[in-house]
Design a protein around this ligand. Structure first.
Ligand code: G16
Length: 543
């Protein structure tokens, strides 16, 4: 058949954000929009001749169409082989796993993560490099530059093969192999965790609810929890991926996974609850009457890493994104390993992981993971907790309380102001930045400012520098106020305000975090002129 060269013109705004290009489905449906971006990726990755690409997505609306287009474009660019998940499905962690295991050149993930799906929802596309992780910023900037000067894209006129039938077919000279989306991933999990102990836990009557949120995690959770680990049928709910996630927001936090929280806080709750997001890289861990914050989850996993066979030898270090609480830092100090503070975005962990400088990584945005792949991994976190519960014989709340008793509690909350007018949000950040020089030493509401800056990160491996990564106001007692604008939204701007206060006193560990953090929230509102500039009295979401 024929390789077509189709004339095109640039679309404005194809700069990847925190995690790839995320836009409304309607934008992606414009003729040439997806093709331009994919052409820019292929122009940036270099010589594709003879290479292997991995391809799949979270099953949201437009996923299948996009996979078909990308296959035809990959054939036109000389790829030798594309491994595509059956049904065009691959979770983000599973794609990372397959790229690494099959030593592929790279991968393309189609997902807008936790953002809603369906025709009115969001879509996204992200390129992962040969280590299985998101392309670093210099790479995504090069893709963006390529989108600005694009004049044509190349595509085969051959139709894409049936994606529901496992096996091998061809487009042009390129082999298309439809693979089992869960196989490689399940095998990796079985290597890392003590499946026999977890099986015994379920056999003893331990109960769990896993809410897959109608997203891509369903098939993985069914295969591992109910299949390999013997959890009773019905442990996994909302386990069939839907193109619109059932109309819900597939974000595993106490607000968007409210049904799970309600169940876990009600009498007769299961022993353990968990949820994952649209592309199954995020996770929420819930015990009876206790939701574990992602920062605490990372700290607890780090403190107990050696219970899991994959981490028996101990950890080399921890990395957390800057807005994540400093709870993991305390564990790192106790273990005598480094704790790195990076900008928001899993891509910043890649070099540290590749260099063997860290084993565990995590983010406040419900992301946790390790050096087993180069993405955060929702099911991995759930399995770690199951392994810990099996090894310790203790319930979730006892594990968390014992951790706080040993290390103190980093009381933490994030306040999101969504769909704020973009110029108002930029103005708020500029106003904050303008005050930074004079803040150190100032006293407010019983706190004294020790450090105020706009976070700059120098990668210790390649010395690349990321600037303007969020305004930090750190108090002398370690309390922190952090402001940054989200890089994953698709409507106006989202202002994220992160609040943290350290409480060593056991007697204060049960106080409502919003009460503990009220003083810091008031300082944040005053310094940023939040109400005046955004017109918002309250955050859209508090987690
Ligand atoms: C992505 C990134 C994460 C980041 C999160 C939130 O996650 O991979 O590293 O923490 O976005 O980013 P922001 O605060 O800029 O919205 P995901 O799960 O959306 O791919």
């Amino acid at each position: 058949m024929t390789i077509l060269t189709v004339a095109t013109t640039p679309f404005a705004g194809q700069r990847p954000g925190t995690s790839g290009l995320r836009k409304k489905v309607s934008q992606f449906q414009q003729p040439g929009y997806l093709e331009n971006f994919v052409q820019a990726i292929f122009a940036t990755v270099g010589d594709c001749q003879g290479q292997t690409l991995v391809l799949g997505g979270d099953g949201r609306y437009f996923n299948r169409t996009a996979v078909q287009v990308i296959l035809r474009m990959a054939a036109a660019h000389g790829f030798a082989r594309v491994l595509v998940g059956r049904g065009a499905i691959l979770s983000t962690p599973a794609l990372s796993c397959v790229v690494r295991k099959r030593a592929a050149f790279g991968g393309i993930v189609l997902s807008a993560s936790h953002n809603p799906g369906g025709p009115q929802g969001d879509f996204g596309i992200k390129y992962n490099v040969g280590n299985g992780g998101p392309a670093p910023e210099k790479f995504t900037e090069a893709i963006y530059l390529a989108t600005l000067s694009i004049a044509a894209y190349r595509i085969s006129d051959e139709p894409a093969p049936d994606l529901d039938q496992p096996g091998v077919s061809h487009i042009e000279q390129m082999q298309v192999e439809v693979i089992d989306p869960v196989g490689d991933y399940c095998a990796l999990m079985a290597d890392l965790f003590d499946f026999a102990a977890i099986r015994a836990l379920f056999a003893s009557g331990f109960t769990m609810r896993f809410d897959a949120m109608h997203a891509v995690g369903g098939p993985y959770a069914h295969a591992i929890l109910e299949g390999m680990l013997g959890a009773p049928a019905g442990t996994v709910v909302n386990g069939t991926p839907l193109e619109d996630f059932g109309g819900h927001h597939p974000d595993p936090n106490p607000v968007n996974a409210a049904a799970l929280i309600e169940l876990m806080f009600a009498p007769g709750a299961p022993d353990f609850g968990a949820a994952c997001d649209g592309d199954c890289d995020r996770n929420m861990i819930v015990g009876r009457a206790m939701a574990v914050t992602p920062s605490d989850s990372l700290a607890i996993i780090a403190a107990n890493a050696t219970v899991a066979p994959g981490y028996r030898a101990g950890i080399a270090g921890i990395a957390r994104s800057m807005p994540t609480s400093t709870a993991p830092d305390r564990v790192a100090r106790a273990l005598g390993v480094p704790c790195f503070e990076t900008p928001t975005g899993w891509k910043y962990f890649g070099n540290l992981l590749d260099a063997g400088m860290v084993t565990l990584c995590g983010e406040e945005s419900y992301g946790t993971g390790s050096n087993h792949i180069r993405e955060k991994d929702g099911i991995w976190a759930v399995l770690f907790w199951l392994n810990l519960l099996a090894a310790s014989g203790k319930p979730v709340d006892a594990i968390v309380r014992e951790h706080w008793a040993r290390f103190g509690r980093n009381v933490y909350s994030r306040h999101d102001y969504e769909a704020v007018d973009s110029s108002a949000a930029e103005g708020l950040m500029a106003h904050l930045r303008g005050q930074l020089d004079g803040l150190t030493g100032q006293q407010q509401r019983g706190f004294t400012v020790a450090l105020a800056d706009d976070f700059v990160y120098t990668d210790p491996v390649d010395q690349s520098v990321a600037t303007k990564q969020g305004v930090r106001i750190v108090m002398t007692d370690g309390s922190r106020i952090v402001f940054r604008l989200s890089g994953t939204g698709t409507e106006g701007a989202t202002i994220r305000l992160y609040l943290e206060k350290y409480e060593a006193d056991l007697a204060r560990h049960d106080i409502d975090p919003q009460v503990v953090l009220a003083g810091l929230a008031a300082i944040a509102a005053e310094l940023s002129q939040l109400k005046e500039r955004t017109g918002r009295e309250h955050p859209t979401i508090v987690t």
